[in-house]
Design a protein around this ligand. Structure first.
Ligand code: HEC
Length: 319
């Protein structure tokens, strides 16, 4: 009896110290030490929407952005300064949150095992106590959004292609609850966004069939609890799948999160992007830290990954 108790204690201690959790069916372990990572900086975006970025009177880069330049071509390396400016409330953020940080540095690694694609994200948490409980259920949420080259705005602006001025909490939000969407799902788009000028269901279905949507993966996190995995797509709105195809492992140790998303390279059914060699995938990362919700998150500009070979920020090799 005593022996069993002792064992239980050890196991429980190990659990708390290492705090390693996974959702069921997680793919095999990758030797991540052998994979080179890339440091990606996420910034606090405030109300800097897609339409804001396109407007000359609000954004100095608008003209060139309209001509085809990518956000990152002008802003790579400026994430910390931009994030610090916005989080202070000096620009684009009418409701600054005290003590919130302006940027988060995330180490990103990708790999595959012939069947599954894996993305590993590691970042150090800012203490989460004392921040407004916008989402009281989860301390932190981390999300990856990606496209396979079909959606032009994802290539040039990552997450910004889905972030509109009339979404909830944004500058032109008129009380209606709009989530993320792609402009192509609307009949008309203006400086304030596309509102509820939806295209017909038939038109939306045709867009989806042509791959005009972004896929997203999310891990909802609490210290010492298993992560909750969610995935879905963005076209007419942000829609979650009933059953996620992704699995997630998470670990929180010494103030640092390590989260690994795994997904079969190909998933049957609608609204899934096949991950195949020879394509360039654009992706963005978002972290809702310290019970944050909606726009009060940190986001990356656009980055790229490829499978096996090609020119991209990250190359997923077989491990
Ligand atoms: C052609 C270059 C260029 C492109 C492309 C560009 N920007 Fe900018 N952006 C600028 C310039 C210039 C400023 C003003 C900086 C300043 O005044 O110091 C700016 C300012 C900003 C700011 C406010 C921070 C500040 O310092 O004023 C944000 C946020 C921002 N850009 C986001 C974006 C996003 C998001 C995209 C892509 C959707 C983008 N930018 C594309 C050049 C660019």
């Amino acid at each position: 009896m005593k022996k069993i108790l002792f064992r239980t204690t050890i196991a429980a201690t190990a659990f708390v110290v290492f705090g390693f959790f996974s959702t069921p069916g997680t793919a095999q372990d990758i030797n991540w030490d052998s994979v080179e990572g890339k440091q990606i900086t996420l910034l606090y975006p405030g109300q800097g929407s897609w339409e804001w970025a396109l407007t000359k009177s609000t954004h100095s880069g608008a003209a060139k952005f309209r001509q085809g330049k990518k956000c990152n071509e002008c802003h790579e390396g400026e994430e910390q300064d931009i994030g610090n400016l916005i989080v202070s409330g000096e620009k684009l953020e009418p409701q600054p949150i005290e003590r919130k940080r302006g940027f988060i540095q995330v180490n990103v690694k990708v790999a595959h095992d012939g069947e599954n694609f894996h993305m590993r994200l590691e970042w150090t948490e800012q203490g989460i106590n004392g921040f407004p409980a916008m989402d009281p259920d989860y301390e932190t949420k981390v999300t990856v959004m990606f496209d396979d080259g079909t959606v032009a705005e994802a290539k040039r602006a990552g997450c910004w292609g889905t972030c509109h001025d009339d979404a909830t909490g944004m500058a032109s939000s008129s009380g209606s609850e709009l989530k993320k969407y792609l402009s192509k799902s609307r009949v008309k788009n203006t400086r304030t966004g596309g509102g509820t000028n939806y295209k017909t269901d038939t038109e939306i279905a045709a867009l989806a069939a042509a791959g005009t949507f972004l896929e997203f993966w999310q891990a909802k996190l609490n210290h010492s609890q298993a992560p909750v995995a969610v995935d879905g797509h963005i076209l007419k709105s942000r829609d979650e799948n009933e059953t996620p195809a992704i699995t997630v492992t998470s670990q929180f140790q010494h103030g640092t999160w390590v989260v690994v998303f795994s997904r079969p390279l190909e998933v049957p059914g609608d609204y899934r992007k096949a991950i195949v060699p020879g394509k360039t995938y654009s992706f963005g990362i978002a972290i809702h830290e310290a019970y944050a919700a909606k726009r009060f998150h940190h986001v990356s500009f656009e980055h790229t990954f490829v499978l096996d070979r090609g020119d991209a920020d990250l190359v997923a090799k077989s491990r």
